[in-house]
Write a protein that binds this ligand. Sequence first.
Ligand code: UD1
Ligand code: CA
Length: 422
Amino acid sequence: MPQRPLKVVILAAGKSTRMKSDTPKVLHKLAGVPMLQWVLDQAAALNTVETIVVVGFGGEQVKEQFSHHRALKWVTQEPQLGTGHAVMQCRELLADHKGDVAILCGDVPLLRARTLNDLRETHAEKKPACTVMTARVPDPRGYGRIQRDKKGHVTRIVEQKDLQPAEDTNEINTGTYIFDAPELLKRLDRLKADNAQSEYYLTDVVQMLVADGKKVRASVVSDHAETLGINDRKQLAIAERRARRRICEFLMVEMGVTITDPRTTYIEAGVQIGRDTVIYPCSVIRTGVEIGKRCEIGPFAHIRGGTRLFDGCKVGAFVETKNAVFDEGAKAGHLAYLGDVSIGKKANIGAGTIVANYDGEEKHHTSIGDNAFIGCGTVLVAPVRVGKNAQTGANTVVPKGKDVPENTVVVGAPARELKKRG
Ligand code: UD1
Ligand code: CA
């Protein structure tokens, strides 16, 4: 189906009163990354000529966090007088656009690329003035309700607060639409704020189009779980669970990772894991982690940003890592903190090892050589280096800068050389 050029507008200016937060809603994180990033990924799936983000409450903060997205166009809505008013602020950027415009909500993060493509295909098929993405949900409370006539054509969208009992239905407005841009622009100025919230509702454009004899279509989503709108922290937690399940499913089905209990495995967005790695329950793997093939993780591992495990590594129970690079076959089986550290091939980190990377002011780096054997309860005070094939005895404290030479065994606090290691 030939598709017309598409611009995307993401609505992200709302004050998010129901979140009870000083942080703009779209900066709240879902599986480790801000909600707005999820929605930008949706926009990317739509293959757009331009993406416009409308910000207002906390707008400077949002722009700053996303300043690396250089192609984004930012529009400020001040004050925030509703979703229709938000789109009005994009008038200049849309004025010469003869194609379509997709409207996405900054607080509807879970829509999948293929669902958005369905919307686009539905729109391209009959070229209506508007295609609205709808969903049939078990609990429609809080959402705008789709009204259809006897023939099933969409006539109107009624907001929860304006709803009459006869208008109740379980088909909701997901807040996601594609409009013919000139048809939308023509009607924005005619919006009135004569409703329960005294806001300019974007949803009112639908009934204006219908009244003018224009076609409005609906694209009904097959999995309503994707359409969850996040207005409060309860919904944020539900979305978090869904996002997490999706990430685990992707890793299992597409990447060949074994996750013994996805319900208790917390893997954030963007984590890469190689095939035949096994993840045991209650492990947390944060954004910015790369794990190779045939590794063993957990139970109860906490793997933080900047950690990279090469193939065949083990990070076991109650081990926390951060900015840690494990070369092939390196193992930390139990109870350790390993931050800002590189660990050589086949090195073994004993239970209770702590890399003291923070001196109260700055973080420092530790390097542990190939095949090193770090004894139980060792404290390595960074910056420090442990040479290849070196060994520390139980409860050794290696002070900062007192590097352990290759092939030596050190013991005690502070560490002293005991003998050469065979
Ligand atoms: C909106 C829809 C509702 C739909 C629901 C889907 C309207 C009037 N209602 O309701 O039909 O079922 O989304 O989740 O459109 N925003 C602005 N500026 C504003 C107001 C809002 O940018 O002045 C942004 C918000 O930041 C948010 C989005 O628009 O990302 C939706 O606004 P919100 O207030 O959450 O609308 P809902 O009541 O959820
Ligand atoms: Ca909302």
